[in-house]
Design a protein around this ligand. Structure first.
Ligand code: ADP
Length: 709
């Protein structure tokens, strides 16, 4: 687990280790640098202190030398009891002391007895004191220069004693001694923040800024040395010297050492440097605060840590940036890929749409709300004969509008643009660019864009010319069929006709014979009656023939657009007289909604008149108040239903088909052609005719007519 973690992040671990090493190294480097500069400062301080010490010594060094040669000194040594000489010597020493600033100057005879002294007049006077055991005396009396630091036996004050033998020839008469106080020097050292220590040749501290260290030795003092020191009263009566409470640690590769000790009750770590003063045999130890080195190291460590942290942050930032760049690049690539995919999809969709549009037989045309053509497909272009470039941007009237239908086209176009186009489409005749007519069916639908905004209208245009032509052909064929059917029944009819005509013709012939006889008899009234009969019968025969002709050939009909309500109203006018005569009423119910049909006005009127006359005849035996006919015209979808209802006896079910057959009649003077002709006319108009019982008694003859589109 841990090792896999390491493997995954070994770079990070390596970088962290490197950073730690770098931080440690920079701390170490800064510490060393500070140490070096501190050591150099210590060297300078040591030199300065040594120089001060040497200067102090040198300043007084000549004094014993000069005094030892003074004649007054010699004279006193020769006559020690001479008060005058003693007094002069005392004055001499006092004068020298005052002039040079030495602590004291005095003269000792060969036995160690002090004969004269600069402090002769003070209570602490040396005069009369014996300094035989003093080391400096011992040296000087043996002809050597005495040099000694110690506590004064008389004053107890420390000082540096320099002794000079007083010679006369080879004999030594006595010793002149100068005592130099180091107190001023010690005061200077003590004023510094960092302790300064002076040790004698035995390692005993005799001058120290830290009072606790005084008279302690660096290393244990040997018994012989301790004895010597005590015997010579160097440090008073002290015969034992404790070891300094120091811990020293050498500094590898650097001069000096680290000194740990308690100073003024505070643990301190000091950088110490020992300097040997060869002329005096002393060792000067100067110190400096180690804390600054530690601080320099810590500062460097902090700085390096900060730098590493900044560097790490920088690296992290760059990596983050790189990562973000990489992510952005990936996102861009993904976007490009999607755009490419989308473009391909769009191209495919476009190609698909184009193929679909090109293969469409239905013409498509899009218009903006103002009627400007904004799109046409190839099928529409082919239908109208104009190219897309010619059509796009066109506004009504469009170039393909039929010149005869301009008004109608404008109305339909306007309706379509207002969203009022017939939901089932409308027929429209257009003029192809090459001049031929094209009949189309147009369906309009709103054009709504992806945002749901209404952008205009899309029309699909279907070429129904061929269909229309086929329909016309079919109608034509049907007419011909009907005609041939009728012709076929002519033969069948001919015999019936002969039979039918036989009766009026026989009557004619009988009446004519009677008329001739009556004319011969000269009876004009009876003749007139016979002739009236002849006229009536011949009219009847003529009527039969006329009806049969009309039945056989209804082609002379003139078709036009008719409002059925108008036809019905006119038929009522034609029937008015007869209705009055029969005392019957005719109620019109017109609920056709103003629909129009294509038909022949006269033929349709004839149908209505026929039906109403039949109704009147059927109600002849009814009481007056029941003689009420209702003529209703109602619309049902695309068809008109026209019904004539009476209160006659009705028609038994088995006769309901028969009544339409030619020459079927139940009337005495009936021809039986009325209903047959009615059916012929209705069917010629594309409708049907039938009969059913009327609720409440009576018959209802109903025929249909298709409403004009
Ligand atoms: P005609 O009126 O010369 O008889 P039609 O073809 O008009 O010839 O009528 C055929 C027959 O149908 C009539 O003779 C009659 O029997 C019957 N018919 C026609 N209309 C009615 C009617 N409204 N009510 C009852 N019977 C009728």
């Amino acid at each position: 687990m841990a090792s896999s973690l390491f493997r995954r992040h070994w770079r990070a671990f390596a970088a962290a280790a490197g950073a730690l090493v770098l931080i440690a190294a920079s701390g170490e480097w800064a510490g060393r640098r500070e140490l070096l500069s501190k050591t150099q400062a210590l060297h300078q301080a040591a030199s300065a202190h040594a120089l001060g010490l040497r200067g102090l010594v040198e300043k007084h060094d000549f004094l014993p030398h000069a005094a030892a040669r003074h004649p007054g000194v010699h004279a006193l040594l020769r006559a020690p009891d001479n008060p005058g000489l003693r007094s002069r010597a005392n004055d001499y020493f006092a004068d020298l002391q005052a002039t040079t600033g030495a602590a004291a100057l005095y003269l000792i005879d060969r036995n160690g007895l002090t004969l004269a002294s600069s402090n002769w007049n003070l209570p602490s006077s040396f005069v009369g004191q014996n300094y035989r055991q003093r080391a400096y005396f011992e040296d000087a009396i043996q002809g050597r220069r005495g040099f000694f630091y110690g506590l004064g036996l008389t004053t107890g004050q420390s000082g540096l004693f320099i002794a000079e033998p007083v010679r006369e020839g080879s004999a030594i008469l006595g010793v002149v001694v100068v005592k130099i106080s180091l107190e001023a020097l010690q005061a200077t050292w003590m004023s510094g923040a960092d302790p300064v220590v002076l040790r004698d040749s035995r390692g005993i501290v005799f001058l120290s800024a830290v009072p606790e260290w005084l008279f302690h030795s660096l290393d244990p003092v040997s018994a012989a040395d301790a004895r010597w020191v005590a015997e010579h009263g160097q440090y008073g009566s002290r015969a034992h010297f404790d070891v300094l409470p120091w811990t020293r640690k050498p500094l590898p590769g650097a001069q000096g050492y680290v000194l740990r000790a308690v100073v003024e009750g505070r643990k301190r770590e000091l950088l110490a440097l020992d300097t040997l003063l060869p002329a005096l045999g002393w060792t000067l130890t100067v110190t400096s605060n180690m804390q600054e080195v530690v601080q320099a190291r810590q500062s460097a460590l902090m700085l390096a840590t900060l730098a590493v942290a900044l560097l790490t942050l920088g690296v992290l930032y760059w990596r983050l940036r790189d990562k973000r760049f990489e992510e952005q690049r990936a996102a861009r690539l993904e976007l490009e890929r999607r755009v490419e995919e989308r473009t391909r999809d769009l191209q495919e969709a476009h190609a698909f749409r184009k193929a679909m549009e090109d293969s469409l037989l239905v013409g498509m045309r899009a218009r903006d709300p103002e009627g400007k053509i904004i799109y046409v497909n190839p099928a529409l272009c082919a239908m109208v004969g104009y190219s897309a470039e010619e059509l796009l941007g066109c506004r009504p009237p469009y170039p393909y509008w039929h010149p005869d239908d301009l008004e109608k086209q404008a109305r339909e176009s306007d309706d379509a643009l207002r969203g009022r186009a017939a939901p089932h489409g409308f027929e429209s005749r257009i003029r192809h660019k090459d001049g031929h007519d094209v009949i189309t069916m147009v369906y309009a639908a709103p054009l709504v864009d992806a945002g749901g905004v209404h952008r205009g209208w899309m029309s699909s245009v279907v070429d129904i010319t061929a269909q229309k032509q086929a329909e016309a052909r079919q109608r034509d064929q049907e007419l011909r069929l009907q005609r041939s059917a009728r012709l076929a029944s002519v033969g069948e009819m001919a015999s019936t006709l002969a039979h039918e005509l036989n009766q009026p013709l026989m009557a004619l012939s009988n009446f004519a014979v009677a008329a001739r006889a009556l004319a011969a008899q000269g009876s004009p009234e009876i003749l007139a009656g016979a002739l009236d009969e002849i006229v009536g019968q011949s009219q009847r025969a003529s009527e039969i023939v006329k009806r049969v002709r009309a039945f056989i050939n209804p082609q002379r009909a003139q078709y036009e657009s008719l409002a059925m309500a108008g036809v019905i109203t006119h038929a009522k006018v034609l029937l008015e007289l007869e209705l009055q005569r029969q005392g019957a009423s005719l109620r019109l119910v017109l609920e056709d909604g103003g629909a129009t049909v294509r038909g022949d006005r006269v033929l349709l009127e004839q149908v209505l008149v026929n039906l109403v006359q039949n109704a009147l005849q059927a109600m002849q035996d009814q009481p007056g108040q029941r003689r009420a006919i209702e003529l209703a015209c109602r619309r049902a979808g695309q068809v008109l239903h026209i019904g004539v209802a009476d209160h006659g006896p009705g028609i038994p079910p088995e006769q309901r088909e028969q009544v339409f057959a030619p020459f079927f009649t139940t009337k005495r003077d009936g021809l039986g052609l009325g209903l047959n002709i009615c059916r012929t006319i209705v069917e010629a108009h594309g409708g049907f005719i039938g009969v059913e019982d009327r609720p409440g008694g009576g018959a209802t003859f109903t025929f249909t007519l298709p409403i004009e589109p």
